[in-house]
Design a protein around this ligand. Structure first.
Ligand code: HEM
Length: 266
């Protein structure tokens, strides 16, 4: 390749003075409106640096479809959050028939109510299945090992919280099945060692199963646990971006460290 001598600065075309460039045509303005808006925000927040750090990461060779299970779980959670907001617009945590009636209203009369309730109900099972599959992937690929132990621990907490969502949501329709199944569940909790009895007292919100139980389950289901899940998913993803993902276990290292090789042989 022929190397060209550098052009002296004074021969380079000078940038146009501000305000002297030809004004943009209306079509060009419309085409660049999105870019201009994003630039406007970025100039004031510098968010693009963080986004680039989060999204443009190197991924190990051999990354495959199993690595999408975490994002699929996240999508299921977001879908639950969105459908849950619409259900909360109609739901009433009232044990004297109001809860059951509000769920009946959602199913039979509210616009797209049956669809939204169906998505939330089936979505809960989808999320539980996905979270287990994602955990199995990270387990079988050895992703729980150093330096990702903390992310595994956060994951276990997320798994427990997902179960708490299922358990507390099951009571909300307040029909016969929800009522008796939850009594059984709370009693099973009570048989746990040490904290079991305290836990069942806390869930029942008093000595009897009643109005305060339903309110407590509702508050845990739509405020406490979703907030905790959102915060922990943030920490989980921060660690994924910081540490990178694990290479599949069947891949051999391409560049061997001579020092480690010698140590292994000794
Ligand atoms: C709400 C539940 C969860 C969400 C939304 C979630 C999301 C994610 C996402 C998006 C990733 C990166 C992509 C991937 O590897 O799939 C990831 C990685 C990871 N997750 Fe989860 N996760 C959840 C629960 C869990 C659970 C239950 C565990 C284990 C007990 C776990 C352990 C891990 C580990 C160790 C990694 C790092 C994977 C690697 O380095 O290859 N996560 N998670």
């Amino acid at each position: 390749m022929r190397l060209l001598p550098p052009i002296p600065d004074r021969l380079k075309p000078a940038p146009k003075r501000p305000g002297t460039a030809a004004p943009q045509k209306p079509l060009e303005l419309v085409q660049e409106a999105g870019i201009s808006a994003v630039d406007w925000i970025d100039e004031r927040t510098s968010l693009s640096g963080g986004l680039r750090w989060l999204l443009f990461r190197k991924v190990p060779k051999g990354t495959n479809w199993f690595y999408t299970l975490g994002s699929a779980t996240l999508f299921a959670f977001l879908s639950q959050a969105v459908t849950g907001v619409f259900l909360a617009m109609y739901y009433r945590p009232d044990v004297a028939g109001g809860a059951y009636e509000s769920v009946r209203y959602i199913t039979n009369y509210a616009f797209l109510g049956e669809f939204v309730r169906g998505m939330h109900k089936w979505g809960s099972s989808v999320m539980v299945i996905l979270v287990f599959l994602h955990m199995a992937r990270t387990f079988f690929f050895g992703a729980y090992k150093y330096p990702r132990e903390l992310n595994w621990v956060i994951g276990v907490t997320l798994l427990i919280l997902t179960m708490v969502m299922s358990f507390t949501g099951y009571l909300l329709p307040f029909d016969q099945r929800a009522y008796w199944a939850t009594i059984v569940g709370v009693n099973i909790n009570g048989t746990g060692p040490l904290i079991g009895p305290y836990l069942s007292d806390f869930l029942r919100a008093g000595p009897e199963f009643g109005a305060t139980t339903l309110s407590r389950f509702y508050a845990i289901h739509m405020l406490l646990v979703p907030g905790l899940i959102a915060a922990l998913v943030g920490a989980h993803l921060y660690l994924v971006a910081k540490l990178g993902t694990t290479a599949p276990p069947w891949l051999k290292a391409e560049h061997k460290e001579p020092e480690l090789e010698a140590k292994a042989k000794a």
